[in-house]
Design a protein around this ligand. Structure first.
Ligand code: NPW
Ligand code: K
Length: 216
């Protein structure tokens, strides 16, 4: 069983792993690849994929997924729901999408294209408070896509949920599955937020090994 840690403890594990030689950009690569492998297990006939990305590292994980999927021949559309990414690693991975046929759109209106699956890469452990109008619109889009039959996979946690308290903001994403990274977080088990996660998978992104922890 994976350990459960708070958002601050997770940041500290990532910092220590980076210092031990597993660079942040490699952790993001591992996270995006692990999530994509899980999505393929759940939606084997994946042909069209919509990635809804925020401006932080959760969005960066989504850009990695977009690249890997597009290189496999999946039709990929990426919605920059909060505008351009703000973190260095997310920026790098958005730039790398130019290597692929993935389409990047900036308007919620342009996002719907009959996707089989939608990746919620809007907010991860950095989310706090209530949804603002742009975020609420992106979450509502994911809700409509799910009602239409698309499989919704959340990266780390469903957007609109706070990692430590499990508080669920009005309009939060309902996921079919959530892939979290390295360790689970309190929201995955809190009474109010657990149902929003769907099936929970904790993916190994190499941090335990980098920290010299015994493999389980
Ligand atoms: N670190 C690593 O090495 C690894 C990290 N990984 C991944 O990174 C994720 C954490 O990334 P992160 O810390 O960049 O935060 P993230 O969750 O993307 O969101 C922050 C953005 O959201 C915004 N925001 C917040 N609240 C908001 C609101 N109510 N309404 C609107 N906006 C709001 C906030 O904006 P601000 O509050 O500053 O305005 C900020 O711009 C983690 O969950 C995992 O997926 C993996 O790649 C593994 C390696
Ligand atoms: K998310």
């Amino acid at each position: 069983m994976a350990k459960t840690v708070t958002a601050a403890e997770m940041k500290e594990r990532e910092r220590a792993a980076n210092e031990a030689g597993l660079l942040y950009i490699q952790m993001m690569e591992n996270a995006g690849r692990a999530a994509y492998a899980e999505l393929k297990r759940r939606v084997p006939a994946l042909r069209r994929l919509l990635i809804v990305a925020g401006k932080g590292n959760n969005g960066g994980d989504g850009f990695v997924m977009a690249r890997v999927a597009a290189k496999e021949g999946v039709q990929v559309r990426v919605l920059l729901a909060e505008g351009e990414p703000k973190t260095a690693d997310a920026k790098t991975n958005l730039a790398r999408l130019a290597e692929t046929a993935a389409e990047v759109v900036r308007d919620t209106e342009q996002a719907a294209f009959g996707a089989d699956a939608v990746v919620d890469a809007l907010y991860g452990t950095g989310f706090h408070g209530e949804l603002r109008p742009g975020g609420a619109a992106a979450c509502a889009l994911m809700g409509r896509e799910r009602e239409r039959g698309a499989f919704v996979l959340a990266l780390d946690l469903p957007s609109g949920v706070s990692a430590d308290s499990g508080e669920v903001a009005e309009g939060a994403v309902q996921a079919d599955a959530t892939v979290t990274f390295d360790c689970t977080k309190p929201l995955h088990f809190a009474k109010a937020s657990k149902p929003f996660c769907g099936a929970l998978v904790c993916a190994d992104i190499g941090i335990g090994k980098a920290l010299g922890e015994r493999e389980t």
